[in-house]
Design a protein around this ligand. Structure first.
Ligand code: UDX
Length: 405
């Protein structure tokens, strides 16, 4: 098939590469000339496990440009431009610009919205361009994006025009994943409700972690394990820690709460999940202070700066927020991260071992390589804020979500 992809951020690039790997021809458009130039040189500006190899293999079927006019005679054009949340409200200007430009460049292509948008968005733009649109929300996780695009749990296709729906189905049939066909509005809300639920699950276990810290004999990891054995609850997204970050959950929870308030049906549980999430870093700072006292001039060594493991993305990273909060309290912070060695205003070390003078080591993101380390045996204070260290193997490490005398 001939496919267009507009917006070459994380979702757009992964989608384009995976679809090229299926033998499709992809015209990729982004208004950022620098990005397009880099891609034309074969230079991927995002890190995602396996993406670079897949990109090199399929580059011959991908064409990159800043010009919408290049979008000609595509069967389907996906829109994957950003939808930031500004003052609690979704900003649809990028989506609007992209949809209008595609509609005037390619008279026939089916326009499918991958960007996360509030219910009613596809319908509004459909009436502006005089062409029905498809809602095809994206559920991929960073760090597992290729797997999630090739084998998603489900594919949601919202729309009214059966021919358009069939074309989008045809694009994804290689995945063999179940397809839910529905209205545009349901599809749009499914995306928000899913992300809001995941965020709520994380905040829920983080509140249980707070409770565990007050109750002798409890450990949030064991409580989560026992809860997760109930198939109605499920074990995923019950890892207690310093809260959720990244480019999606923080912005999407705020956007859907703002939208629900406008509709006079406030999602109060999601509002509370946001509040709990906002309190995670201050709570983590309290834990560190309790362990090592006043933070002024203390040397703290933080493991992990990305918003989670297997990515170099620092957008809305809780670890980044933690470092800033510790520094505000006068601590001298140095950071080690497997993929990142530069963030403006922060000190990094290149090797995990370079922390002989640290007063405290803090595990702040859930990289597998932080689960065990000789560092934890050297008699230093170590605090695991992501609960990935096996505390039976390293009994001197203190974990978030456990009662200590
Ligand atoms: C998320 C959704 O999972 C995905 O479906 C959607 O398309 C985009 O947003 P992503 O942002 O890549 O994906 O990250 P995710 O794996 O969901 O993790 C989000 C944050 O929650 C991370 O900061 C992670 O550290 C944190 N997290 C996750 C926890 O604190 N505990 C958990 O149990 C799971």
């Amino acid at each position: 098939m001939k496919i267009g992809v507009v917006g070459l951020g994380f979702v757009g690039l992964v989608t384009a590469t995976v679809l090229a790997d299926q033998g499709n021809y992809i015209t990729c458009i982004d208004i950022d000339g620098e990005k397009v130039e880099k891609l034309n040189r074969g230079d991927l500006y995002i890190y995602e496990p396996g993406l670079s190899e897949l990109f090199i293999k399929n580059k011959g079927r991908m064409y990159f440009s800043t010009k919408y006019a290049e979008l000609e005679e595509n069967d389907v054009t996906f829109v994957s431009v950003p939808t930031p949340t500004v003052k609690g409200k979704i900003d649809l200007s990028y989506v609007g610009d992209a949809v209008m430009s595609i509609a005037s460049a390619d008279g026939d292509t089916v326009i499918a919205l991958k960007s996360t948008v509030v219910p009613g968005t596809a319908r509004n733009f459909s009436s502006k361009i005089g062409r029905k649109m498809i809602s095809n929300p994206e559920f991929l996780r960073e760090g597992a994006a290729i797997h999630d695009t090739e084998k998603p749990d489900r594919i949601v296709i919202g729309g009214e025009n059966e021919d358009y729906i069939d074309l989008v189905k045809k694009v994804w049939r290689f995945t063999e994943s179940p397809i839910l066909k529905t209205t545009n509005e349901n599809a749009e809300l499914i995306k928000y409700a899913s992300n809001a639920f995941l965020a709520t699950k994380i905040s829920f276990i983080n509140e249980i972690a707070n409770l565990c810290e007050k109750v002798p004999g409890t450990d949030v990891n064991v409580v989560a394990e026992g809860m997760g054995m109930d198939h109605r609850i499920g074990k995923e997204f019950l890892r207690a820690g310093i809260g959720y970050g990244g480019s999606c959950l923080p912005k999407d929870t705020k956007a859907i709460v703002g939208y629900s308030k406008e509709k006079e049906a406030e999602l109060r549980i999601v509002s509370s999940a946001i509040k709990v999430n906002d309190e995670r870093v201050p709570h983590a700072v309290d834990i560190i202070e309790r362990e090592i006292g006043n933070l002024r001039n203390k040397k703290i060594y933080v493991l992990g700066i990305s918003f989670k493991n297997n990515t170099n993305d620092i957008r809305e990273s809780k670890s980044l927020e933690l470092v800033q909060s510790l520094e505000k309290k006068g601590a001298e912070v140095r950071v080690y991260d497997p993929l990142i060695n530069k963030v403006d205003g922060m000190s990094f070390v290149n090797e995990k071992g370079e922390c002989s003078d640290a007063d405290c080591i803090v595990v702040a993101s859930e990289w597998e390589e932080f689960a065990s380390d000789e560092l934890y045996e050297e008699g230093k204070k170590v605090i695991d804020l992501r609960r990935i260290v096996d505390l039976k193997v390293y009994p001197s490490v203190k974990g978030i979500g456990i009662y200590y005398e």
